[in-house]
Write a protein that binds this ligand. Sequence first.
Ligand code: GLA
Length: 745
Amino acid sequence: MASIIFHENTKTFHLYNQKISYIMCVLENGHLGQLYYGKKIHDKEDFSYLVEKCGRPMTSYIFEEDRTFSLEHIKQEYPVYGTTDYRHPAVEILQENGSRISDFQYESYEIRKGKHKLNGLPATYTESDEEAVTLSVKLYDTETKIRLTLFYTIFEEEAVIARSANFYNEGEKPVHLLAAMSMSLDLPDQDYIWMQLSGAWARERHIKNRPLEQGILAIDSLRGNSSHNHNPFMVLKRPGATEQDGEVIGFSLIYSGNFRIQAEVDTYDVTRITAGINPAGFDWKLESGDSFQTPEAIMVYSDHGLNDMSQTFHRLYRKRLARGYWRDRPRPILNNNWEATYFDFTEDRLVEIAKKAKECGVELFVLDDGWFGKRNNDHAGLGDWVENPERLPHGMKGLAEKIESLGMKFGLWFEPEMTNKDSDLYRAHPDWIIQTPNRSTSHGRYQYVLDFSRKEVVDYIYEMMYRILSGAKISYIKWDMNRSITECYSKALPADRQGEVFHRYILGVYDLYDRLTRAFPEVLFESCASGGGRFDPGILYYAPQGWTSDDSDAIERLKIQYGTSLCYPISSMGSHVSVIPNHQVFRNTPLHTRANVAYFGTFGYELDLNKLKEEEIREVKEEITFMKEYRDTLQFGTFYRLKSPFEGNETVWMSVSEDKKTAIVGWYRVLNGVNMPYTRVKLEGLDPDLLYENIQAHTEHYGDELMNLGLITTDVTSGEVPGDAKPCTDFESRIYLLKAREDRE
Ligand code: GLA
């Protein structure tokens, strides 16, 4: 039972459910203080002993005759800039007289069932009012006449708190928000390991760990997209915590633009976490009568380790962030032509690829880049979302009909936010790109970013996409975004609003997503940004799956998918089998290993199946049959990480069906060894009393046996190779299918 209690006498709020407690109170100076966040504890009227009041030399105090009350030593909920607290604030407001000081005093609160929508922004949601309770704490700054509302939603069944803030200018004068974070949280100690997901193009979301230390640790983006480099996600875990045990807190920001997640450990070992829009370069002019809503931040607590935290994120993001027709539907197995043809295709060639795909059991054929305008290479065409008649003589309609008549769905690539200088769009509207007057404008992949902070630009792109989508039967869209923003400036905004452009740009992206998903509710959207450059919860709200990385090599994908799974559900990870030698790392891996990795995702093929040998085609058909039979468990089951690719030569993960009767274990070994030890791995999440058949090995084991003594993963090449068994080599992998024996329960 989730509940929020307010103790009038002590002005203490206690948000709790079966798993967590979050306690705060109104402080003596009227600000909101943080008292406790962690495992559920009993409610009490008074926790004020946790407010640390003490006199220390070099401390500044709020009240004249009191040398104990300093914000420097008090844990807070939404600290302001420039008072007695010298740590980084959640809010900084530049006022007309040049002052940046604000003083938000508690006024009132409201507790409501369910959860409200955030205007224009992606956010978690409830389907009934019974699923969550929301507290709004209202604060007021008398000088600027700004009302600040802090939102806290606690979910009924999950160890989840969602936070955001809203500013409303009731005054006469405009102000500038220079920092408006989504959340701030002061934790009483610093005994944590900070985990982040960082990387670069083609090696996204690798796990990086560091112990917290006094000082500041942060990840952020200034690129306009959440980025390949740092994901808007961070975990604090206790040093002893593992996948299975121990205390961890995950922080995730539902936002796709410039973000910052920061831990500031002060010299008294208090840890302040802030998360929100990156204050660097941010300057939002809040006119009289206007309001500003921050993106939403999600906090997940677990005292059962990282797997439990990830599973909470997976459930929340799969069912209460992602939306629409495809949310709960198994994802179609697709064949994308990008690595098969790149820009070099004709309609006939596409149909040839699609025919073979159909023969193998593929359900969706996706035409990637190159079908529009003069897009024969990456120098031209972006922005001209009209079929190229030389490539598609029968138009989009004709091609879609051909694919549909084969018995497959048809999908299409777009890159809506971009243009090339060699395009009709640019020639007609050279002032529609993001560029700073009198400065040179940088390009990325020869392309320029359209100014999506302008409604007329978004409207124009919408109209073009609408025409294509309503003129042919298109069931899927891959929405790409292949460069970051530079020289950020909008011609449509005055000088004192240029600090808004990055955020307005993302609001424009969300707006286009919103309009298209509403106009075409049954179209499956897959996001992409040169692979995983915008793989974040903001986009997941609109597109329930994303192309995880441009790196399709199975071994590289182990780290990428393992890291991604810390926060994102398996059903959201685009994962395909591609050719060898692999186009990114030029590695040769066995076909079965490529499939065994891709099963733990949306699954598909990024190649021309006509080029495979007969025996490989037989294998592909078996893979597709397997995926169709088990994709419910693979995509929507409970996912456990068992062995990390960041820590050794072997990776193991598994998915367990909701009824626990089916489990699929993926085992992967990078390099082979000689005369190796016997190995076993302890499984998770099975029913201890069920007898499971190990389908390939024809052996039977109880759930408790597999979870405590483990599944034997030794293979024949550990010793001499018996009989005609095929020896293993490098990049070996295996899928273990475990099925409960109904007759022996
Ligand atoms: C990006 C994507 C690829 C492909 C190309 C097309 O790099 O990540 O999957 O769509 O663009 O240009």
